[in-house]
Design a protein around this ligand. Structure first.
Ligand SMILES: NC(=O)c1ccc[n+]([C@@H]2O[C@H](COP(=O)([O-])OP(=O)(O)OC[C@H]3O[C@@H](n4cnc5c(N)ncnc54)[C@H](O)[C@@H]3O)[C@@H](O)[C@H]2O)c1
Ligand SMILES: [Zn+2]
Length: 344
């Protein structure tokens, strides 16, 4: 979808909903590349803009207070519409502001990162961090309109950010579409990401969220790769060598696919396809017994676990995930030490 479709859909929506006052929330990088993106919105709509420093540190309660104050100073009422223009940092923060200012104003996301297009901008989870506690405060609050994704934004997105979003994209293929996985296997570079890949992920997440808006069961399928992924991400941050979320997830996909094979769920040949594919794009760390021991506490702290077991989403074939599969820490041991033979 192109910019013109997004602007047309927004203009129509504003006309239908009698919206005359729009506040765009964006960050300095997006502002630098796309300063006039919304200049073609209908003349009946006045557009103000808030430009935040780029990066996760803007996703804070302090920034939230500043935005509430800005809106109050501008005398924004409940008929104000918030347009979150950026990656997941902007949509999480902006969604949270929208859900709280004047007990809730309408909003929409125009995602500019791959991760936000296929994940953060869908599903109604909003929130901010409390210092180091990620997403500690937040709400479920759905956008007023779900706009199409415009993958031309990826042309300016740094390669590392594209790769991070690609980790999540591979996740959708593994849990939801063997055909998408076949297509990903044909890719030679990240420049070959296509709109239909992104649209598949958006539709898949929307369907799952519709069945389980409050994240109580079915939605856990989206956690594939995330039990290991979060542990790897937290561990990397703690030792001062942070890795991007989606890259940690891709590493998690590798180990959780292998776990699926070891539990007799995923056929060996399918595991081998995954093991061949992921290292073409992602560096997969070796998990020695020592490293596994370091990762376990992070996994055990994960809110998804209960009864002392670890709760994984696993695969029984490429394109089909099984949520909430309980595994004990001891059952993870075969993952360590034996890995070199699988890494090409
Ligand atoms: N609500 C949810 O369901 C959900 C799901 C997944 C992730 N998240 C949240 O999303 C956040 C991460 O999102 P993200 O990866 O999009 O990060 P981000 O929003 O911080 O963007 C990453 C970087 O890319 C820059 N950028 C964005 N679009 C650009 C473009 N088109 N061209 C050039 N630069 C651009 C940004 O300025 C930033 O520096 C995290 O806070 C995470 O918790 C939320
Ligand atoms: Zn994720």
């Amino acid at each position: 979808m192109a910019k013109s479709d997004i602007i047309r859909q927004l203009s129509e929506h504003f006309r239908r909903q009698n919206i005359s006052n729009v506040v765009v929330l964006t960050d300095e990088n997006v502002e630098k590349h796309y300063p006039d993106y919304f200049s073609d919105l209908s003349e009946d709509v006045s557009v103000d803009k808030i430009v935040l420093p780029a990066g996760e540190q803007s996703k804070s309660i302090e920034t939230t207070v500043q935005i509430w104050q800005y809106l109050a100073d501008k005398q924004c009422d409940r008929n104000t519409f918030l347009l979150n223009f950026g990656g997941g940092t902007v949509s999480d923060l902006g969604g949270f502001v929208a859900s709280t200012y004047k007990r809730g104003v309408r909003y929409a996301n125009v995602p500019t990162t791959l991760l936000a297009m296929i994940d953060a901008s869908i599903g109604g989870k909003t929130g901010v961090n409390l210092q180091l506690l990620k997403n500690a405060v937040g709400t479920f609050y759905f956008p007023d309109i779900q706009l199409p994704a415009d993958i031309s934004f990826l042309e300016t997105l740094p390669g590392e950010e594209v790769l991070s979003g690609f980790g999540e994209l591979v996740k959708y293929a593994l849990i939801g579409s063997a055909e998408l996985f076949d297509n990903l296997c044909k890719m030679k570079s990240l420049f070959e990401i296509r709109t239909e890949f992104v649209d598949f992920c958006i539709n898949f997440k929307q369907e799952v969220v519709k069945k389980d808006p409050n994240d109580l069961g079915v939605r856990h399928i989206l956690n594939f790769g995330h039990t290991f992924g979060h542990a790897l991400e937290s561990h990397a941050a703690e030792i001062g060598k942070p890795i991007a979320h989606g890259i940690a997830v891709a590493q998690g996909l590798y180990y959780e696919s292998r776990l699926s094979m070891q539990h007799g769920l995923l056929p060996k040949a399918e595991w081998q396809r995954i093991a061949d594919f992921l290292p073409k794009f992602f560096l997969i760390p070796e998990i020695t017994p020592d490293f596994l021991e370091q990762l376990l506490p992070y996994m055990q702290n994960d809110k998804k676990n209960h009864d002392g077991t670890l709760n994984f989403t696993l695969l029984d074939r490429i394109g089909h995930g099984i949520p909430d599969y309980a595994i004990t820490a001891t059952e993870l041991l075969p993952l360590s030490g034996l890995l070199k033979e699988f890494i090409h």
